[in-house]
Structure formats: C-alpha cells, structure tokens
Design a protein around this ligand. Structure first.
Ligand SMILES: [Zn+2]
Length: 106
C-alpha cells in the first residue's frame, strides 16, 4: 500500500534540502583538492548529486501530476518498499535494472 502523497512529498523535500546543503559545502571544499584522484572523486560526487536532484524534482512533479509510484517505463506500480528507501524512484526495479544494463551514459 502506498502512503499518502504528503508523506512522500515531505521525504522528497527533505532529501532535496539535504543534498542542496551538502552539495554547496562539497563544492567549496573541492577548491583545494589537489590530486587528480581527489578531483575525479569530487566531480563524480557533484554529478551524482546533480542527478539525484533531477530525480527528486521529477518525482515531485509526478506527485503533482498524480502519477507518483507508477513506473515511467512500464506503467506498473513501483513497490512501496522501494519508494520507502528511494522515494525519488520513477522506475520499478525491473525497468531500472534494464536501463542500467542498457546505457552507460550518466
Ligand atoms: Zn517498470
């Protein structure tokens, strides 16, 4: 069973705020990252965050549209347990795995 929309909205907003706060701090910190590895790791982390923020925004949009919890690809409901852990999911596990094995672009 899905929880009320407000429950997910709150979770998403909290995560968004958390990422935005840390993203800023991390990007400042990186200014004195000297080694190549450090720079690469930092870049990766920034990209991951940007991607997560995008996912969160999309999930919020889907909440507004009333299609939250429905897989974007196959249209089946996403497992509520998955949404509990990853509330920004817009794909079910099956489709997510499929996408990951069929695309290398991030
Ligand atoms: Zn699916």
């Amino acid at each position: 069973m899905l929880r009320p929309v407000d429950y997910y909205r709150q979770k998403l907003e909290e995560e968004k705020k958390r990422i935005e706060t840390y993203a800023q701090r991390d990007c400042e910190f990186s200014a004195d990252a000297t080694g190549l590895w450090q720079k690469m790791e930092h870049e990766w982390r920034c990209r991951e965050k940007a991607r997560r923020l995008k996912e969160i925004r999309r999930a919020l949009q889907r909440l507004e549209e009333g299609v939250y919890g429905v897989c974007e690809r196959c249209g089946r409901p996403i497992n509520p347990e998955r949404l509990e852990i990853l509330p920004w999911s817009t794909l079910c596990v099956k489709c997510k795995n499929y996408e990951e094995s069929h695309s290398n672009q991030y």
